[in-house]
Every structure is written in C-alpha cells, then in structure tokens.
Design a protein. Structure first.
Length: 395
C-alpha cells in the first residue's frame, strides 16, 4: 500500500514540476506579450506623432501655396489691368532708360574740354520730346497687341495692300466721268476700253482682276465667295455674312441653309507659311456656341475652311469641339464666278462680274434659270448682258 502511495506521490510531484514549468512559460509569454504590447504602443504613438508632424507640415505648405497663389493671382490681375492700359509702367521704364542714355550724351557735351552748352540744351529738349513719343508709341503698340491676342481676326487687317494703286488713279484720270462709272476702266487702258468690243474688254478686265494684287480684306472676300459658291452648288441657300458685316460678323463668314441643317462657316485665306492656332478655333467655337444657344432646336454644325494648315494642338481642339476642318483648300480662280441673273420686274437677263457693284447682293436661283458661268462669251451667248452703272443709272 505504501508503494502505491509513493508512486502517486511521485506522479503528483512530477505534475507539480510540470505545472511550475508551464506556469513559468506562461509568465514568460505574458511578459513577452507585455513587452510587445509596449513596443506596439510606442510604435503607434511614434506614428501618431509623425502623422501629426507631417499633417502640420502639409498644412503649412498648403497655406504657403495658398499665399503664393493669391499673390500670383493678384499680380496676374494687376498685369491684366496693366496690359489693358498698354503697359504704361513698362513704357515709363523704357522712357527712363532712354533718359539715362540721353543724359550721358548731354553731360558729355556740357562738360567736355570745349563745352557745347547750347547744343546740349537743344539736344535735351529734343531728347525729352523723343522719349515722350517713344513712351506713347510703346503704349499704343502694347495695347494693339493685347487686343489682337483677344480677337485674332484683328491682326488680319494689318499690312493692307490697296485695291487701287496710284498708277490706277492716273489711268482713271484719262477716262470721261461717265466711263469712270464702269468698273472695267480700273483694269484696262483707255485705248483698250474704246477700241475693244464690250465682250472683249469685259473678259480682259475679268482676267486682270484675278491677276492683280489685292488687299487682305479683298482676298478674304474672294475666298468667302468661292466657298459660298461650293455650297450653293450643293443646294444650300447661302448668306454671305462676313462680306456684309465685316468685323461685326462675329466669325460667321457664311451661313448655309438647306432646310435640314444650318452650316456656319469661317474662312481663312492665308499664306501657306502661316499657321492656324488654337486661339482661332476657340474664337470660332465661341461664336458657334452663341448661335446654337440663341437658335435652340436647329441642326447647326460648324466648318472651318482655310488655305493653310492648323497646328497639331488646334487640330486636336477642333476635333474635341466637333468643328469640321477643311485644310489647304486653295481657291480655284477659274471657278465659274460670273453671276447670270434675271431681274424680278422686267425679267431682263443681266450678268455680274466679281468687281461689279451689286455682285454680292445677287443670289443665284437655279430653278428660275439663273446660273454661274466662267466666261463673258458664255454669258452673252445665252442672252445675258452686263450690268454696269453710268451716272447712277443701271443699263
């Protein structure tokens, strides 16, 4: 019996030892857990401190950026106001620069070994006048450039070539007052006018009209006529808005309507060395948007015709704004440009040349027997006579 108890006692003793070992392990794990917990808490606290620090840093940067943006915006607004006035401060600075240059010359004349006092005084007076003139010129130049940047079409009016040269005026002086009323006299000599038949001199005048140098405005008008003719041939009723409205056309050179859609067209007859930029597309989109907004319910689309090319960016903007582009579209000077019209009252058959007074007022209605033709002979062979003006009366 005692052996049995001893055995149980040994087993209990062993269990107690195992229990102590497990207890020590648990205590160690608990201590390790506490250490890990402290480490995690420390890491969390450090992260919170770092986040707060970074947040304050970002907030400080945002405030600094806000101040910088505000400062730049204020500077930009001042610049816009300054630019609208023609940069007077910049022009004034330029004047002061000239003044320093002039002063060095004037001082040299007045203080050299043999002073030219009187000359220096005269030069001083002229220098002041020049500086004021230069400053005013700069202001005007900057103002013009500002308006040209806002309205790109204004730049197209510069460097105009006169439609009538001094030589033309001398030539016209040889004609009688009645003869001068005929536009043909601007293109033929007195001998040609008086010796040739009306058909010959009219055709000669038309041929020379196409070859003669023209003003930018006139070149633009011819291009609008040509594009309008293309749409008239497609059955559109064409209104030549740009020709009659000029700068008030709002960029709508042609309005073509076929009953199903209204096409608003802008035409740019430019040199191949010039490029259409995005500002021209934006201007056209603005007037197109305005027209659509004022004429809700109409099927309106826009086409931009040009004899030159667009920049890549302008082409991308046109695509995004759904503006159709017709690039490098050269005018065909041989297109049928003579308008053969039948008068409403007397049913008289009259043809109009591109330089005739009423040319742009005439609309060709094919259903009434009216048409375009290429030569004077073709028009006269079909029974049409030319409309021209003598002493205020059409014949």
């Amino acid at each position: 019996m005692s052996d049995y108890y001893d055995k149980i006692k040994e087993e209990l003793k062993e269990l107690i030892e195992q229990y102590k070992l497990r207890k020590d392990e648990l205590l160690k794990k608990e201590n390790d857990y506490d250490e890990k917990k402290k480490e995690l808490i420390a890491i969390q606290e450090n992260m919170l401190v770092a986040i707060e620090k970074k947040s304050n840093q970002l907030l400080s940067q945002a405030k600094d950026q806000e101040k910088e943006i505000s400062s730049r915006l204020e500077t930009f607004n001042k610049l816009i106001i300054e630019r609208q006035k023609g940069f007077p401060l910049l022009a004034k600075a330029y004047e002061e620069f000239l003044q320093l240059q002039d002063k060095s010359i004037i001082d040299f004349l007045a203080m050299k070994s043999r002073p030219a006092v009187q000359t220096s005084k005269i030069l001083q007076g002229y220098a002041e006048l020049r500086r004021v003139s230069e400053r005013e010129n700069k202001i005007l130049k900057y103002t013009i450039e500002f308006y040209e940047s806002m309205v790109p079409s204004l730049a197209e009016l510069k460097e105009e070539v006169p439609d009538i040269t001094e030589e033309d005026r001398k030539n016209l002086a040889e004609y009688s007052q009645d003869e001068q009323a005929d536009e043909v006299t601007k293109f033929v000599t007195k001998d040609e006018y008086r010796k040739f038949t009306s058909q010959e001199r009219n055709q000669l005048a038309l041929d020379r009209y196409w070859k003669r140098p023209k003003s930018k405005w006139h070149i633009g008008k011819i291009y609008e006529r040509y594009v309008g003719y293309l749409f008239e041939e497609k059955g559109y009723n064409v209104e030549y808005h740009g020709i009659f409205k000029g700068l008030e056309d709002l960029g709508r050179d042609i309005l073509a309507d076929n009953g199903k859609e209204l096409v608003i067209i802008q035409c740019k007859n430019w040199s191949k060395f010039k490029t259409i930029y995005e500002k021209h597309i934006f201007q056209f989109f603005g007037t197109l948007f305005q027209y659509k907004d004022e004429n809700k319910g109409k099927n309106v689309r826009g086409i931009f015709y040009t004899t030159t090319s667009l920049s890549d960016l302008a082409r991308r903007f046109a695509k995004e704004l759904k503006i159709e582009l017709i690039e490098n579209d050269k005018i065909n000077t041989g297109y049928p440009c003579i308008k053969c019209n039948i008068s409403r009252t007397e049913k008289t058959k009259i043809y109009h040349l591109p330089f005739d007074q009423q040319y742009d007022n005439i609309k060709i209605e094919k259903e009434k027997g009216e048409f375009y033709c290429s030569s004077v002979k073709e028009a006269e062979d079909k029974g049409f006579r030319r409309a021209f003006k003598y002493s205020g009366i059409y014949k």
